[in-house]
Design a protein around this ligand. Structure first.
Ligand SMILES: [Zn+2]
Ligand SMILES: [Zn+2]
Length: 367
Protein backbone atom coordinates (compact mmCIF):
# COMPACT_ATOMS: atom_id res chain seq x y z
CA UNK A 1 0.00 0.00 0.00
CA UNK A 2 1.28 3.46 -0.86
CA UNK A 3 1.59 5.83 2.09
CA UNK A 4 1.21 9.58 1.75
CA UNK A 5 3.15 11.90 4.04
CA UNK A 6 4.31 15.48 4.33
CA UNK A 7 8.02 15.95 3.79
CA UNK A 8 10.54 18.77 3.36
CA UNK A 9 11.72 18.45 -0.24
CA UNK A 10 14.62 20.36 -1.78
CA UNK A 11 13.82 20.86 -5.46
CA UNK A 12 16.64 23.26 -6.43
CA UNK A 13 19.47 25.06 -4.67
CA UNK A 14 17.98 27.12 -1.81
CA UNK A 15 14.44 26.07 -2.82
CA UNK A 16 12.67 23.75 -0.45
CA UNK A 17 9.11 23.36 0.74
CA UNK A 18 6.74 21.01 2.49
CA UNK A 19 5.32 18.65 -0.12
CA UNK A 20 3.18 15.55 -0.10
CA UNK A 21 5.29 12.51 -0.96
CA UNK A 22 4.28 8.92 -1.66
CA UNK A 23 6.18 6.09 -0.06
CA UNK A 24 6.42 2.56 -1.46
CA UNK A 25 6.09 -0.23 1.10
CA UNK A 26 9.35 -1.43 2.65
CA UNK A 27 11.15 -4.10 0.64
CA UNK A 28 13.29 -6.88 2.14
CA UNK A 29 15.51 -5.58 4.97
CA UNK A 30 13.67 -2.24 5.08
CA UNK A 31 11.33 -0.59 7.55
CA UNK A 32 8.72 2.15 7.54
CA UNK A 33 8.86 4.59 10.44
CA UNK A 34 6.36 7.18 11.59
CA UNK A 35 8.68 9.98 12.60
CA UNK A 36 8.03 11.73 15.92
CA UNK A 37 10.81 14.31 15.75
CA UNK A 38 13.45 15.45 13.29
CA UNK A 39 16.39 17.66 14.24
CA UNK A 40 17.53 20.49 11.97
CA UNK A 41 21.22 19.87 11.32
CA UNK A 42 23.83 22.09 9.71
CA UNK A 43 24.38 19.34 7.13
CA UNK A 44 20.79 19.77 5.93
CA UNK A 45 21.54 23.45 5.43
CA UNK A 46 24.68 22.49 3.52
CA UNK A 47 22.58 20.39 1.15
CA UNK A 48 20.13 23.28 0.74
CA UNK A 49 22.82 25.84 -0.10
CA UNK A 50 24.83 23.47 -2.28
CA UNK A 51 27.92 23.15 -0.07
CA UNK A 52 27.12 19.45 0.17
CA UNK A 53 25.84 18.76 -3.33
CA UNK A 54 23.21 16.05 -3.73
CA UNK A 55 20.93 15.09 -6.61
CA UNK A 56 17.58 16.90 -6.45
CA UNK A 57 14.74 16.68 -5.75
CA UNK A 58 15.63 15.15 -2.41
CA UNK A 59 13.86 14.75 0.94
CA UNK A 60 15.98 16.43 3.61
CA UNK A 61 16.64 15.14 7.10
CA UNK A 62 18.96 12.62 8.72
CA UNK A 63 18.57 13.18 12.48
CA UNK A 64 15.40 11.79 13.99
CA UNK A 65 13.41 9.31 16.02
CA UNK A 66 10.06 7.63 15.62
CA UNK A 67 8.03 4.44 15.81
CA UNK A 68 8.30 1.47 13.46
CA UNK A 69 5.01 0.94 11.63
CA UNK A 70 5.88 -1.72 9.07
CA UNK A 71 8.79 -4.06 8.43
CA UNK A 72 9.80 -5.77 5.21
CA UNK A 73 10.91 -9.40 4.93
CA UNK A 74 14.05 -10.55 6.76
CA UNK A 75 14.10 -7.63 9.22
CA UNK A 76 15.36 -8.96 12.53
CA UNK A 77 16.64 -5.96 14.51
CA UNK A 78 13.32 -4.18 15.03
CA UNK A 79 9.61 -4.95 15.19
CA UNK A 80 6.43 -2.99 14.57
CA UNK A 81 5.87 -0.67 17.52
CA UNK A 82 9.54 -0.30 18.44
CA UNK A 83 10.81 3.18 19.20
CA UNK A 84 13.87 3.86 17.09
CA UNK A 85 16.54 6.41 16.33
CA UNK A 86 17.74 6.60 12.73
CA UNK A 87 21.46 6.42 12.02
CA UNK A 88 22.70 8.19 8.90
CA UNK A 89 25.58 5.72 8.85
CA UNK A 90 24.33 2.19 8.15
CA UNK A 91 25.58 -0.83 10.05
CA UNK A 92 25.60 -3.64 7.49
CA UNK A 93 27.45 -6.01 9.80
CA UNK A 94 29.43 -7.61 7.00
CA UNK A 95 31.77 -5.00 5.49
CA UNK A 96 35.42 -4.66 6.51
CA UNK A 97 34.65 -1.86 8.97
CA UNK A 98 31.61 -3.48 10.58
CA UNK A 99 33.60 -6.68 11.02
CA UNK A 100 36.44 -4.75 12.65
CA UNK A 101 34.27 -3.00 15.26
CA UNK A 102 34.28 0.30 13.39
CA UNK A 103 30.66 0.48 12.21
CA UNK A 104 30.75 4.29 11.95
CA UNK A 105 32.88 3.77 8.85
CA UNK A 106 30.36 1.43 7.17
CA UNK A 107 29.81 2.34 3.54
CA UNK A 108 26.77 0.17 2.79
CA UNK A 109 24.77 3.25 1.83
CA UNK A 110 26.03 6.06 -0.38
CA UNK A 111 25.51 9.24 1.65
CA UNK A 112 25.56 11.40 -1.45
CA UNK A 113 23.42 9.48 -3.95
CA UNK A 114 20.11 9.95 -2.17
CA UNK A 115 19.26 6.37 -3.04
CA UNK A 116 18.68 3.19 -1.07
CA UNK A 117 21.60 0.71 -1.03
CA UNK A 118 20.19 -1.06 -4.14
CA UNK A 119 20.36 2.22 -6.09
CA UNK A 120 16.61 2.78 -6.18
CA UNK A 121 14.20 4.97 -4.22
CA UNK A 122 11.02 4.40 -2.19
CA UNK A 123 9.89 8.03 -2.38
CA UNK A 124 7.82 9.66 -5.10
CA UNK A 125 7.04 13.32 -5.66
CA UNK A 126 4.33 14.01 -8.24
CA UNK A 127 4.61 10.40 -9.41
CA UNK A 128 8.39 10.46 -10.00
CA UNK A 129 10.96 8.79 -7.79
CA UNK A 130 13.20 11.25 -5.91
CA UNK A 131 16.09 10.96 -3.46
CA UNK A 132 16.28 10.92 0.33
CA UNK A 133 19.20 12.29 2.34
CA UNK A 134 21.48 9.46 3.53
CA UNK A 135 18.83 6.89 2.48
CA UNK A 136 16.71 8.35 5.31
CA UNK A 137 15.10 11.63 4.28
CA UNK A 138 13.50 11.78 7.68
CA UNK A 139 12.41 15.41 7.67
CA UNK A 140 9.08 13.82 6.86
CA UNK A 141 6.09 12.38 8.68
CA UNK A 142 7.05 8.91 7.49
CA UNK A 143 10.11 7.27 5.96
CA UNK A 144 11.02 3.96 4.38
CA UNK A 145 14.69 3.19 5.00
CA UNK A 146 17.13 0.31 5.46
CA UNK A 147 16.66 -1.63 8.71
CA UNK A 148 20.43 -1.38 9.19
CA UNK A 149 19.95 2.38 9.65
CA UNK A 150 17.63 2.10 12.66
CA UNK A 151 18.39 1.35 16.28
CA UNK A 152 15.67 0.43 18.79
CA UNK A 153 15.61 2.28 22.11
CA UNK A 154 13.66 1.87 25.34
CA UNK A 155 10.19 3.39 25.20
CA UNK A 156 10.68 5.49 28.33
CA UNK A 157 12.72 8.12 26.52
CA UNK A 158 11.27 11.24 24.93
CA UNK A 159 11.46 10.80 21.17
CA UNK A 160 12.27 14.46 20.62
CA UNK A 161 15.28 14.18 22.93
CA UNK A 162 16.20 10.89 21.26
CA UNK A 163 16.06 12.50 17.82
CA UNK A 164 19.10 14.66 18.60
CA UNK A 165 21.13 11.58 19.42
CA UNK A 166 20.79 10.55 15.78
CA UNK A 167 23.39 13.08 14.59
CA UNK A 168 24.49 16.22 16.39
CA UNK A 169 24.64 15.07 20.00
CA UNK A 170 26.16 11.72 19.13
CA UNK A 171 28.76 13.35 16.91
CA UNK A 172 29.84 15.83 19.56
CA UNK A 173 29.62 13.62 22.63
CA UNK A 174 31.14 10.72 20.69
CA UNK A 175 34.08 12.90 19.63
CA UNK A 176 34.99 13.31 23.30
CA UNK A 177 33.99 9.87 24.59
CA UNK A 178 34.95 7.63 21.66
CA UNK A 179 37.20 9.37 19.15
CA UNK A 180 39.52 11.27 21.50
CA UNK A 181 38.72 9.13 24.58
CA UNK A 182 39.02 12.05 27.01
CA UNK A 183 40.44 10.87 30.35
CA UNK A 184 39.29 11.93 33.84
CA UNK A 185 41.18 14.95 35.13
CA UNK A 186 42.51 15.90 31.72
CA UNK A 187 42.09 19.33 30.17
CA UNK A 188 39.96 19.98 27.09
CA UNK A 189 38.94 22.89 24.90
CA UNK A 190 36.01 22.98 22.49
CA UNK A 191 36.19 25.47 19.64
CA UNK A 192 32.66 26.37 18.56
CA UNK A 193 29.67 26.26 20.90
CA UNK A 194 26.75 25.38 18.64
CA UNK A 195 24.79 22.14 19.06
CA UNK A 196 27.68 19.81 18.20
CA UNK A 197 30.17 21.85 20.24
CA UNK A 198 27.94 21.87 23.32
CA UNK A 199 27.56 18.11 22.87
CA UNK A 200 31.35 17.70 22.71
CA UNK A 201 31.54 19.82 25.84
CA UNK A 202 28.98 17.62 27.58
CA UNK A 203 30.83 14.48 26.45
CA UNK A 204 34.10 15.85 27.84
CA UNK A 205 32.33 16.76 31.08
CA UNK A 206 30.95 13.20 31.39
CA UNK A 207 34.49 11.92 30.79
CA UNK A 208 35.72 14.08 33.68
CA UNK A 209 37.66 16.82 31.90
CA UNK A 210 38.79 19.74 34.08
CA UNK A 211 39.51 22.44 33.10
CA UNK A 212 36.91 22.33 30.37
CA UNK A 213 37.26 25.38 28.16
CA UNK A 214 34.61 26.67 25.75
CA UNK A 215 35.77 28.86 22.87
CA UNK A 216 33.46 30.95 20.70
CA UNK A 217 33.12 34.46 19.28
CA UNK A 218 29.61 34.83 20.67
CA UNK A 219 29.35 35.70 24.37
CA UNK A 220 25.77 34.41 24.58
CA UNK A 221 26.96 31.01 23.37
CA UNK A 222 29.79 31.10 25.89
CA UNK A 223 27.22 31.81 28.60
CA UNK A 224 25.25 28.76 27.45
CA UNK A 225 28.46 26.73 27.46
CA UNK A 226 28.85 27.48 31.19
CA UNK A 227 25.42 25.96 31.76
CA UNK A 228 26.47 22.85 29.84
CA UNK A 229 29.57 22.34 31.96
CA UNK A 230 32.38 24.62 30.78
CA UNK A 231 34.67 25.62 33.66
CA UNK A 232 36.23 28.43 31.62
CA UNK A 233 35.15 30.43 28.59
CA UNK A 234 37.35 32.10 26.03
CA UNK A 235 36.16 34.70 23.54
CA UNK A 236 37.91 33.73 20.31
CA UNK A 237 38.13 37.37 19.27
CA UNK A 238 40.94 37.92 21.79
CA UNK A 239 43.84 35.53 21.05
CA UNK A 240 42.19 32.29 22.18
CA UNK A 241 45.45 30.31 22.12
CA UNK A 242 47.12 32.73 24.56
CA UNK A 243 44.08 32.58 26.85
CA UNK A 244 44.10 28.77 26.82
CA UNK A 245 47.82 28.73 27.54
CA UNK A 246 47.21 30.99 30.53
CA UNK A 247 44.44 28.73 31.87
CA UNK A 248 46.64 25.63 31.47
CA UNK A 249 49.81 27.12 32.94
CA UNK A 250 51.52 27.47 29.58
CA UNK A 251 51.13 23.77 28.67
CA UNK A 252 48.09 23.68 26.40
CA UNK A 253 45.11 21.31 26.59
CA UNK A 254 45.26 17.53 26.49
CA UNK A 255 42.37 17.53 24.01
CA UNK A 256 41.23 20.24 21.61
CA UNK A 257 38.06 19.85 19.54
CA UNK A 258 37.35 21.89 16.42
CA UNK A 259 33.65 21.53 15.59
CA UNK A 260 32.95 24.20 12.98
CA UNK A 261 35.21 23.27 10.09
CA UNK A 262 37.16 26.50 9.62
CA UNK A 263 40.88 26.17 8.81
CA UNK A 264 41.95 29.15 10.97
CA UNK A 265 40.06 27.69 13.90
CA UNK A 266 41.65 24.28 13.30
CA UNK A 267 45.02 26.01 13.49
CA UNK A 268 44.05 27.60 16.80
CA UNK A 269 42.88 24.24 18.16
CA UNK A 270 46.13 22.64 17.05
CA UNK A 271 48.21 25.44 18.59
CA UNK A 272 46.26 25.16 21.85
CA UNK A 273 46.92 21.39 22.06
CA UNK A 274 49.73 20.47 24.45
CA UNK A 275 52.82 18.56 23.35
CA UNK A 276 51.69 14.97 22.88
CA UNK A 277 48.04 15.98 23.11
CA UNK A 278 45.17 15.26 20.73
CA UNK A 279 43.60 17.71 18.30
CA UNK A 280 40.28 16.27 17.11
CA UNK A 281 38.77 17.75 13.94
CA UNK A 282 35.00 17.28 14.06
CA UNK A 283 33.71 20.15 11.92
CA UNK A 284 32.98 19.59 8.25
CA UNK A 285 34.73 22.30 6.20
CA UNK A 286 34.01 23.36 2.62
CA UNK A 287 35.17 20.78 0.10
CA UNK A 288 37.98 23.09 -1.04
CA UNK A 289 39.29 23.86 2.47
CA UNK A 290 42.71 22.58 3.56
CA UNK A 291 44.20 22.23 7.01
CA UNK A 292 47.91 23.01 7.21
CA UNK A 293 50.28 22.16 10.06
CA UNK A 294 54.06 22.33 10.19
CA UNK A 295 55.37 18.81 9.67
CA UNK A 296 58.45 19.50 11.78
CA UNK A 297 56.41 20.99 14.59
CA UNK A 298 54.04 18.00 14.52
CA UNK A 299 56.94 15.55 14.74
CA UNK A 300 58.77 17.44 17.47
CA UNK A 301 55.63 18.09 19.52
CA UNK A 302 54.28 14.54 19.02
CA UNK A 303 50.78 15.95 18.73
CA UNK A 304 48.05 13.69 17.43
CA UNK A 305 45.59 15.07 14.88
CA UNK A 306 42.50 13.03 14.13
CA UNK A 307 39.43 13.37 11.99
CA UNK A 308 36.10 12.45 13.49
CA UNK A 309 33.11 10.91 11.73
CA UNK A 310 29.86 10.50 13.68
CA UNK A 311 31.77 10.49 16.97
CA UNK A 312 33.28 7.05 16.20
CA UNK A 313 29.88 5.68 17.16
CA UNK A 314 28.70 2.15 17.48
CA UNK A 315 25.08 3.25 17.31
CA UNK A 316 23.72 -0.06 18.60
CA UNK A 317 25.49 0.56 21.89
CA UNK A 318 26.10 4.29 22.06
CA UNK A 319 22.58 5.62 21.37
CA UNK A 320 21.26 3.85 24.45
CA UNK A 321 24.37 4.85 26.41
CA UNK A 322 23.76 8.56 25.72
CA UNK A 323 20.08 8.19 26.61
CA UNK A 324 21.23 6.64 29.87
CA UNK A 325 23.36 9.73 30.55
CA UNK A 326 20.26 11.80 29.72
CA UNK A 327 18.21 9.84 32.24
CA UNK A 328 20.76 10.38 35.01
CA UNK A 329 21.04 14.09 34.27
CA UNK A 330 24.64 13.93 33.01
CA UNK A 331 23.61 14.79 29.45
CA UNK A 332 21.17 17.66 29.01
CA UNK A 333 19.06 16.98 25.92
CA UNK A 334 16.16 19.17 27.01
CA UNK A 335 17.90 22.53 26.84
CA UNK A 336 19.63 21.37 23.65
CA UNK A 337 16.19 21.51 21.99
CA UNK A 338 16.03 25.26 22.12
CA UNK A 339 12.98 25.54 19.87
CA UNK A 340 10.47 23.18 18.31
CA UNK A 341 8.63 23.66 15.04
CA UNK A 342 5.78 22.18 13.06
CA UNK A 343 6.94 20.82 9.71
CA UNK A 344 5.21 23.78 8.01
CA UNK A 345 7.53 26.08 9.99
CA UNK A 346 10.68 24.56 8.51
CA UNK A 347 11.76 27.80 6.81
CA UNK A 348 11.65 29.57 10.16
CA UNK A 349 13.72 26.73 11.58
CA UNK A 350 16.51 27.14 9.03
CA UNK A 351 16.35 30.95 9.33
CA UNK A 352 16.83 30.59 13.07
CA UNK A 353 19.78 28.24 12.43
CA UNK A 354 21.45 30.71 10.06
CA UNK A 355 20.89 33.55 12.56
CA UNK A 356 22.43 31.44 15.34
CA UNK A 357 19.27 31.64 17.47
CA UNK A 358 19.10 27.93 18.28
CA UNK A 359 21.22 25.33 19.97
CA UNK A 360 19.18 22.75 18.09
CA UNK A 361 15.83 23.27 16.38
CA UNK A 362 13.54 20.25 16.27
CA UNK A 363 10.54 19.54 14.07
CA UNK A 364 7.79 17.73 15.97
CA UNK A 365 5.48 15.77 13.71
CA UNK A 366 2.56 15.81 16.12
CA UNK A 367 1.66 12.15 16.20
ZN1 LIG B 1 23.65 16.00 10.97
ZN1 LIG C 1 29.20 -2.26 7.18
Amino acid sequence: MTIKAKAVVLTAKNEYSVREIELDPPKDNEVRIRMAATGLCMSDLSVINGKLPMPMPIVLGHEGAGVVEEVGANVTNVQVGDHVITSFIPMCGTCHFCQHQEPWLCTATDLFSGMQPDGTSRVKLDGEYIGSFAALGNMAEQVVCPAMCVVPIKKKYSLSAAALVGCGVMTGAGAALNTAKVQPGSSAAVFGCGGVGLSALQGAKIAGANPLIAVDLNDAKLEAAREFGATHTVNAGKDPVAQIMEITGGIGVDYAFEVIGIPEVANQAYAATRRGGTCCLVGAPDAAAEYKFSGLEMALSAKKVCGCLYGSTNAKVDFEKLLGFYETGQLDLDRMQSRTYKIEEVHQGFEDMVAGRNIRGVILHGN
